[in-house]
Design a binder for this molecule. Sequence first.
Ligand code: SF4
Length: 631
Amino acid sequence: MCNQMITTENYNTQMTLLPEIEEKEPRKRQLAPTFKPYDNRQILPIFDIEALIPENHVARVVDEMVEAVPDEHLFSHYKGGGRSSFHPKMMLKIILFGYSQKVYSCRRIETLIKESLPAIWLAAGQQPDFRTINEFRGERLKDLMDELFEAMILKLIEDKYITMENYFLDGTKIEADANKYSFVWKKATEKFEAKLREKIQETLQHIHELTQLEAGTEPKEDKQITEVSESDLETVAKEIEEKVEELTEKMENEPDTNTRKEIRKQRGQLKKSLKLIRENFLPRIAKYKEQNEIFGDRNSYSKTDKDATFMRMKEDHMKNGQLKAGYNVQMGTENQFILYYTIHQRPTDTRCFIPHLEKLSSTSLPMPKTVIADAGYGSEENYVYAVGDEKEQKFDFLIPYGSYIQEKTRKYKNDIKNAKNWTYLEQDDYFICPNGRKVPFKKYQNKKNRSGYEQSFKIYECEDCTDCPLKAQCTKAKGNRQVHWNTVFEEMKAKAKTALECEEKATIYARRKIEVESVFGHIKGNRSFRRFSLRGLDKVHIEFGIVALAHNILKVAGIRQLLSEDPEKNIKASGEERLIFLHLLYFRDLSDSPFFCVLHVLKSQVCGYSVFSERQRSHSIKCDSICSFTV
Ligand code: SF4
């Protein structure tokens, strides 16, 4: 059993040098190297693996969080009888631990539970194979994920890590597990479908002429075949088949050779049309129908993952703006904990706001007091949703609108074409333009946007713009200048502006970039989760849920590690440095100041993170994102 080549004895022995060498260099005293006793073949009994796991290790937080989930939540999704399954808590723990260690593949999780001590402890020495892990992740968690996520967020609220008061909302696009050349475009499908319909009409017209000829009547040129459905085409095909049989019978009974030849020719033409219908038209109609169903209200999808939509990603290594199949992940955070998330197939954030918050309100989680988001969410529809009924406002919001920053510029304030800079007389409901002319109210106009939301505009039109010296600067219209005034949106914008200009609320808004953006930066940049491994909306929802849970667990472990009194070896920070770190935590609201950037560097040294190398790794991530995360 013992390795004869490497023995404890050999290493412990201080060997003397050979006499010849000693003779050559007598003045220099040389000693042989010494080593600690080592024998990897020696039996090393481990009685308690748990004792080997450090106190604030992530595995312990994983264990604690999963154990906090009530058993009935997990067991209710299992049918009774049959062969016993692996315990859902064990499966959940190893998957969460794997994701916390940047291990996103089931084969690598399988390796982890064989090789990593914390994973062996979490799995209690059991070794489910990658298929079992994958089945649990993709299928079992489908029904479980939402309940599980809610249970964990409620535990975080209970432990006072989060309060759900401020909800920092933002979205990011993550690549789907699909080839970037597997696209199907809606416009292309529509074009091909229109061409097919044309060809079908031509063929049916030809068949109609043939059957009339065969019946001995003159073909009517004015016969127009209208839109044909799949079932109509099937009926036509059956009629042709009957006709072909009739002609075959007629041909067999025909004694005259020339007439027989004529019938055969007619039959051949009908057979050709029949083949075209059966082998070309019908399968293509079915294909386009299926494609249109998959599109829904999207403009594209991927053949590999049909739920993925082609979107422009931030990570564009080829720098050619190529669209890639992906999903839009909407996420709310507080203290850099992920509070809730939803997966969307739309690339823009604006139209994800209402579905995201509607889904949040349907859960058992408390609704946030204030929702903080960037200008991408500042639409009339979203503002109206946030305000709710006049008596009961759903939540407070800190969301700027698209032109919020621009409106503050001198150029905007001096621009004569902006009706906002004109004088408005409320009593008589008209504007006075920069040329001193009246712009009175003309009519109301309603417009529907893509999501079906109806916006109401008041249209004002200048009395006479002819010979106006300012016309070139004021409008491009040939006639009189019109002003389209959206009263509701303007009111909402004024409300949003007032809130953002309040000092206390502006401080909360300033936290947005170190809150949600840094979490995205951490997940995509530091934890290298840039692509889903599972396909389909349901499974992608599960996978991001695991990523989010692993992220929250890492945050808890990080905070515990930081606040622990025990001077463990793995805490790099000395007492003084940790003090700086804790102060950084406290003053993170000042993160916009240059002083904070200097502290970032200090902080990065404390936690052993290299700010600059991380920064290089993900170019879309700001300095804040990386540094503020490490806690
Ligand atoms: S173009 Fe018409 S609306 Fe504009 S400044 Fe001249 S008169 Fe007034």
